[in-house]
Write a protein that binds this ligand. Structure first.
Ligand SMILES: *Cc1c(COP(=O)(O)O)cnc(C)c1O
Length: 411
């Protein structure tokens, strides 16, 4: 046993979160480091889904909108997610996808700054965030401009034209964590509003939206919240912004949807950010993941995530020296979210070779190997074992196969 595996074994024995692993269905032998892209399946989910389908839908049919509380699920689950985000009940709603919620939040922010025209972000933000900005610009007929700058030039680009700043708190590739309170303060000082993308934050690091005086936030349900593939996303709007007029003015955001009024009148609270009929089955699965996450102490989750990351970096040191890996995440653990990333010219082929050895991580263009650290179901021993298998891949040149030279459609 190496020193690192002994360290890992001791950490696992003393791990207060160790019991959570059994609450997920994970195949024996598999090391799953992609929970930041699609979270694992909670054991409670299949039974709950079967009940929602057979009893609530099959037997209850339309009466389940009230009887099974389908109609209030977006708000009920939003209130639960609010507890992970430092938000108050009534400030978070669950609906649609993250991309759609980016559109809702940006357009709401624009309507609150009618004299300003710029949506600002950073060039390396997650592509859909920037694409949504560009779509709004194209639709606006010249009223709105989408501007992206280098990641470290964001604060300097805040001028009197910026209506809203869109930033991701934990960068999807590098894992870099932005100082939400400081950036929000600087943006608001310049008269702008901020939309925070929390896709890699919720369930991964402690978040305090109201502590940071945040305006809007959005994020995914299928990553660290373990809500299942395509799970609905969430949207936070600070209570002071609930007067903003929704552009996606669908009937479910109406003050009284079942009056079937001829004219739109937004619901007074966060419900105005709903659009169409809630995705009930997706919400059902998401709630299982969120309920499980709420059982864990977020401070404990962060502590373990930091230690997993440090162990990973320590184990990788010889590979950086001998096999050409370079850390692509901040070296300082406090500045990393719940992932570590390395760059390597053969990154794509190596991720494929790791899959053959039952280690699932992902590749992000152009050369990044990304390892998601999910403290609820990852063991310290898994981290050490992952690096051992990666060393095998390098030593045996298992990555050097013709099949790994073509990139698959989904990485
Ligand atoms: C995963 C992710 C998304 C995904 O958006 P969808 O609409 O769910 O596809 C958006 N933004 C960031 C920062 C992400 O990491």
């Amino acid at each position: 046993m190496t020193d690192l595996s002994r360290t890992a074994a001791n950490l696992d024995l003393a791990d207060p979160l160790a019991g959570f692993r059994d609450r997920f269905r994970l195949r024996e032998g598999l090391i799953y480091l992609d929970g930041n892209s699609l979270g694992a399946l909670p054991r409670a989910t299949p039974g709950r889904m079967a009940d929602a389908v057979a009893r609530e839908w099959g037997e209850g049919l339309i009466t389940s909108w009230l009887g099974a509380e389908w109609s209030t699920a977006p708000r009920r689950i939003g209130d639960k997610i609010a507890r992970l985000l430092g938000a108050r009940p009534g400030e978070v709603i669950v609906a649609d996808s993250t991309s759609i919620n980016i559109f809702k939040a940006l357009t709401a922010a624009l309507s609150l700054r009618p004299e300003r025209s710029v949506i600002l972000s950073e060039k390396t933000n997650f592509p859909t965030d920037v694409y949504m900005m560009q779509g709004i610009e194209a639709f606006s007929g010249g009223r709105v401009r989408s501007v992206t700058v280098a990641p470290d030039a964001v604060l300097d680009a805040l001028d009197e034209n910026v209506a809203v700043l869109l930033l991701t708190q934990v960068h999807y590739k590098s894992g870099l964590v932005r100082d939400m309170a400081e950036v929000t303060r600087r943006a608001q000082q310049a008269g702008a509003l901020v939309v925070w993308d929390l896709s890699h934050s919720a369930g991964a690091i402690p978040v305090d939206l109201n502590g940071a005086n945040a305006d809007f936030a959005i994020g995914c349900g299928y990553k660290f919240l373990n809500g299942g593939p395509g799970a609905p996303a969430y949207l936070f709007a600070a209570a002071r912004h609930h007067g903003a007029m929704p552009v996606l003015s669908g009937w479910f955001g109406h003050a009284r949807p079942f009056d079937f009024d001829e004219d739109y009148a937004p619901a007074p609270g966060i419900e105005r950010f709903l659009c169409g009929t809630p995705q009930v089955l997706g919400l059902t699965a998401l709630e299982c993941g969120v309920d499980l996450m709420l059982e864990a102490d977020m401070a404990e989750v962060r502590r373990k995530s930091l230690r997993l990351g440090e162990l990973f970096v320590e184990a990788m040191a010889p590979l950086c020296r001998d096999h050409g890996f370079a850390l692509a995440s901040p070296a300082d653990a406090d500045r990393r979210g719940s992932q570590v990333a390395y760059s390597h010219p053969q990154g794509y082929a190596m991720i494929q070779a790791l899959k053959e050895l039952d280690v699932v991580a992902d590749f992000r263009a152009p050369d990044v190997l990304r390892f998601g650290l999910t403290p609820l179901y990852l063991r310290y021993a898994d981290v050490v074992e992952t690096v051992a298998r990666l060393e095998t891949v390098c030593r045996t040149r298992a990555w050097d196969k013709p099949a790994y030279r073509e990139r698959a459609a989904v990485t």
